[in-house]
Design a protein around this ligand. Structure first.
Ligand SMILES: O=C(O)CCC(=O)C(=O)O
Ligand SMILES: [Fe+2]
Length: 239
């Protein structure tokens, strides 16, 4: 294990350095055997927007994509309370589908506005992630571009570790079984809170949700200078 000196006290710079250090190719993976050069690029997040959400216990967000207006790498800091973030996939016409079909994400999550109308979504999530307060969650690549994310409205979560079969799945994301009482999480090995890690290792952790605030740091591909004032100004000029 190595400790990374993130240098700056500025949170945006710290997230940016964390991402580039964490994604830096290791010497063993920096070139492949065909001589095609680097397999893995260092990831960069040029943060120019922060989305702030607040959830009371019992509030969630329906399955949605954040859409192509943003660079497909977002970093979310959670404050106040844990939650469980579900990753959903779209149903495929060419591969076997999970048994249930949810209605497509409803307008309250802005899904229609982001062009997802009519694509059926697998009702059973592909993965559940336990998101703890003071954690940093990074979604990137295909998890951002071709999956959806959601938070089921609950006041309490019961979580179990992924079963052995699931733990052997590809890429650390596993199909999980829903249970009436709780969910199997795919990120048990990444959690930092020793008590929670121990409880999950022993089979089960539960927690009441409190007020949670999430700060999602991202890069909007096109930013209008001057923000809302310039949008209003621009609209007025055109009319
Ligand atoms: O609160 C979160 O962690 C997710 C928020 C979210 O997905 C959104 O606002 O688009
Ligand atoms: Fe989102």
């Amino acid at each position: 294990m190595s400790v990374v000196d993130l240098g700056s006290p500025n949170i945006i710079e710290r997230i940016q350095s964390f991402i580039s250090v964490a994604s830096r190719p290791s010497s063993s993976s920096s070139s492949d055997t065909n001589g095609k050069g680097k397999e893995k690029e260092t990831m960069k997040l040029d943060i120019n927007q922060v989305l702030v959400n607040e959830y009371q216990p019992g509030q969630g967000i329906s399955p949605h994509e954040d859409g192509p207006a943003f660079h497909p790498l977002v970093a979310t800091i959670s404050l106040g309370s844990h939650t469980v973030l579900d990753i959903h996939q779209y149903l495929s016409t060419i591969s076997p589908s999970p048994p249930l079909i949810a209605s497509p994400a409803s307008a309250d999550a802005g899904a229609d506005a982001e062009g997802q109308r009519g694509r059926p979504i697998a009702a059973i999530p592909l993965a559940h992630l336990l998101v703890m307060p003071r954690s940093l969650l990074i979604l990137s690549s295909s998890l951002y571009t071709s999956h959806l994310h959601a938070i089921i409205p609950r006041t309490k979560d019961v979580v179990y570790p992924a079963s052995q079969a699931q733990a052997n799945g590809p890429n650390g994301v596993h199909e999980v079984q829903e249970s009436a009482e709780g969910v199997r999480i795919s990120n048990a090995d990444l959690l930092g809170d020793a008590e929670v890690v121990d409880a999950i290792r022993n089979g089960r952790w539960e927690g009441e949700r409190g007020t949670r605030m999430s700060l999602t740091f991202r890069h909007a591909e096109k930013v209008l200078k001057g923000g809302v004032a310039s949008i209003i100004g621009g609209a007025l000029k055109r009319s």
